[in-house]
Design a protein around this ligand. Structure first.
Ligand code: SAM
Length: 182
């Protein structure tokens, strides 16, 4: 699960949407947004999941600290992505050997100190300023060896890989009355 904190309406729309896209495509179970409420953001991710498959959860939660505390109380562990953290390449084996459910916190413009305190691991994808989208993609791929093989259920469309050009395949969805739609 991914938690994107500090979302700002309009200014962060694209970055936060892309955090959701990366989380979904690389096998996270869902994304929770905190900060300013943004229905359009939730709608964008829900539309992608409806069309391209899931399962992938997406919701807004204004009380992210409470959510993180509950996650930990339920036995989950927390990774906070920050350029000030320990190097991902030094900690990845420890993280992979831990069987707890993982929550990955991605910060926004200003990250409250609580994120550092609540984290089991403060992890840096290089100790340089980085894109949160790219940092999230890298850690998801490092945590999950089959991230690039994530399978999506209930898709209405998929792409047939081809050397040149574009090939989409519409997947027929049975309707309740027995007809089929693309
Ligand atoms: N000024 C913020 C702070 O207080 O740390 C950082 C803002 S940065 C634009 C937004 C987010 O990108 C960070 O909270 C972090 O999650 C992620 N990020 C940036 N550089 C990173 C790095 N080198 N490694 C891991 N995550 C990084």
């Amino acid at each position: 699960m991914v938690l994107r904190i500090g979302h700002r309406h309009y200014r962060d729309h694209r970055i936060s949407t892309h955090c959701g896209l990366v989380a979904r495509v690389l096998g996270a179970s869902g994304i929770i947004y905190s900060g300013e409420k943004d229905e359009a953001l939730l709608g964008s991710i829900e539309k992608i999941t409806a069309r391209w498959g899931g399962p992938f959860g997406c919701r807004y939660d204004p009380a992210w600290k409470k959510f993180v505390k509950k996650w930990k109380a339920d036995g989950g562990k927390v990774i906070h992505l920050t350029m000030y953290g320990l190097r991902v390449q030094d900690k990845i084996e420890e993280i992979k050997n831990d069987s707890s459910d993982l929550l990955i916190i991605v910060g926004g413009e200003k990250v409250p100190w609580d994120a550092y305190e609540l984290a089991d691991w403060n992890i840096a994808v290089t100790n340089q300023p980085h894109s949160e989208i790219a940092a999230l993609a890298i850690i998801l791929e490092k945590i999950n060896d089959s991230a690039l093989e994530t399978v999506f259920d209930g898709a209405r469309i998929r792409i047939e890989p081809c050397k040149k050009g574009k090939k989409y395949i519409g997947i027929k969805m049975p309707r309740k009355n027995g007809d089929a739609i693309l």
